[in-house]
Design a protein around this ligand. Structure first.
Ligand SMILES: [Fe+2]
Length: 234
């Protein structure tokens, strides 16, 4: 009898510990995103959109739920390296980047991996994804020039979502491409920048449609924020 009561109490305790750890984990990730938002609000919004796009692609690619949540997490944090002291002023500059500045910015995947290294113990593979999100299928990316399946699958997924969001959302120094052009641009990277199998998944009509919806919602948010900023200047 006493053993039964002790067993129930132990189960309750272990369930509430798991819930507490899950809350603590969510709070940690949200805090990191708030830090990113404080330094570079655009990158924080971009990262949330990239996580949504990457999640859609990963689910349609039939990845198991654990892999899906690891990819979403890596997508949320993929650009943390841009907060490094010597990179942030370049990231925040309203001008187009010079060659030298572009070279410096290419350090951000490694810097991101460095910042996130303490999370690797509880998210094995996280820093491998973050450090590889600018690698290209044909070996022409950075920082290591990895190619094909040497690049973690999560990084191959995030890379497509990252480029799509970058070209379909407006920036101070460039207008956004139309969303259909963004999809065409991603398709044109078949076998050069992007994994052909993932492009087949993106071509599923339901996935393409979700990517378009996410991009449209992002454009509404970006343009509302721009209107607020312009009104503040009047
Ligand atoms: Fe990046």
């Amino acid at each position: 009898m006493l053993g039964g009561i002790a067993g129930v109490a132990w189960l309750d305790h272990s369930r509430s510990s798991r819930r507490y750890l899950a809350r603590l984990h969510r709070a940690t990730i949200e805090t990191l995103l708030n830090v990113l938002h404080a330094g570079d609000p655009f990158s924080a919004r971009h990262s949330r959109r990239v996580a949504a796009l990457a999640g859609e692609l990963a689910r349609a690619h039939r990845l198991p739920p654990e892999a899906l949540s690891e990819i979403r997490l890596a997508a949320l944090l993929h650009d943390m390296g841009k907060l490094e002291e010597h990179l942030l002023p370049i990231v925040l500059s309203p001008d187009r980047l010079s060659g030298n500045e572009r070279e410096k910015i290419e350090e951000h995947p490694r810097e991101g991996a460095h910042i996130l290294a303490p999370l690797e113990e509880i998210h094995p593979g996280l820093i491998g994804i973050v450090s590889s999100h600018h690698e290209a299928w044909n070996g022409g990316g950075y920082p290591r020039g990895l190619s094909g399946e040497e690049i973690p699958l999560g990084a191959r997924i995030i890379s497509m979502a990252d480029v799509f969001d970058a070209v379909t959302q407006p920036r101070v120094y460039r207008d956004a491409d139309c969303i259909e052009d963004g999809i065409r641009l991603i398709r044109s990277g078949r076998g050069s920048r992007f994994d052909p199998d993932l492009l087949d998944t993106l071509d599923q009509p339901a996935v393409t449609a979700r990517w378009i919806e996410i991009a449209e919602a992002g454009r509404r948010e970006e343009s509302a924020l721009q209107n607020v900023a312009e009104e503040a200047l009047v």
